[in-house]
Design a protein around this ligand. Structure first.
Ligand SMILES: Nc1ncnc2c1ncn2[C@@H]1O[C@H](COP(=O)(O)OP(=O)(O)O)[C@@H](O)[C@H]1O
Ligand SMILES: [Mg+2]
Length: 212
């Protein structure tokens, strides 16, 4: 069992989008997956409510958690992967999620303002001594900005995953109806993107496991 927390005190960076997209990919690979929604906005819970009963993702359970102490129960879930979605601001909730996790992923958008706003979350994550990695979202490849951002992230103490998420309408469109690009837009650029990102996450988790 692996518990992964998606965190960044900055809102709108793609935490929930990644939680759902990674959950769907692992489920479609044949793993059992649970999502723990620790964000009062309850976006993952909302996603589940939109889902058709015969969805290919129907077996992914979403648990709503409101108290830091409840997060500890994530260890009792009998799933291959447990993914915790966190709020931007509630430090107690985030701390509990860090403590119970095997690895921490920090989505970040390619702008110096976003990187700067993420710095406290990165510090909190690194202080926990759990494996921590940035995952760049809304990356536009072959631009000077993209290159500059990747270069500036290399100078921060957290690892940067070698695959980034691009910006695709397929993310909000599919997530709005309880799906993800992997099920609703199979074969699309967005679904190939999340597959590549997921493989990079798998490789990283494997390396963390061997190092730990
Ligand atoms: N790669 C992407 N392509 C297109 N839209 C995206 C992407 N990532 C996030 N979004 C959109 O940006 C908004 C914020 O993303 P969300 O996952 O809710 O962030 P957070 O959970 O960090 O607040 C949502 O409307 C989401 O659909
Ligand atoms: Mg969210």
């Amino acid at each position: 069992m692996k518990i992964i927390t998606l965190m960044n005190q900055k809102g709108g960076v793609g935490k929930t989008t990644l939680v759902l997209s990674l959950a769907a990919r692992w489920h479609l690979m044949g793993h059992s997956v649970s999502i723990v929604d620790a964000d009062p906005q309850q976006s993952a819970v909302f996603w589940k409510k939109q889902q058709a009963v015969d969805s290919k993702l129907a077996e992914i359970d979403v648990y709503s958690v409101k108290l830091p102490a409840e997060i500890r129960g994530s260890r009792n879930l009998k799933s291959d992967y447990v993914i915790i979605d966190t709020p931007g601001t509630d430090k107690m909730i985030v701390r509990s999620a860090l403590n119970v996790s095997d690895a921490l992923l920090i989505p970040v958008q390619p702008s110096s303002l976003d990187i700067q706003a993420s710095a406290p979350s990165v510090q909190t994550a690194l202080a926990s001594e759990k494996p921590t990695a940035y995952l760049v979202n809304r990356f536009v490849s072959q631009t000077q900005l993209g290159k500059d951002v990747m270069r500036s992230l290399q100078h921060t103490p957290a690892r940067v995953l070698p695959k980034a998420m691009g910006q695709y309408q397929a993310f909000p469109r599919s997530i709005g109806v309880g799906e993800t690009p992997s099920t609703m837009f199979s074969g699309s650029a967005a679904s190939r993107n999340i597959e590549a990102v997921g493989q990079a996450v798998d490789t990283w988790l494997e390396a963390c496991h061997e190092e730990g």
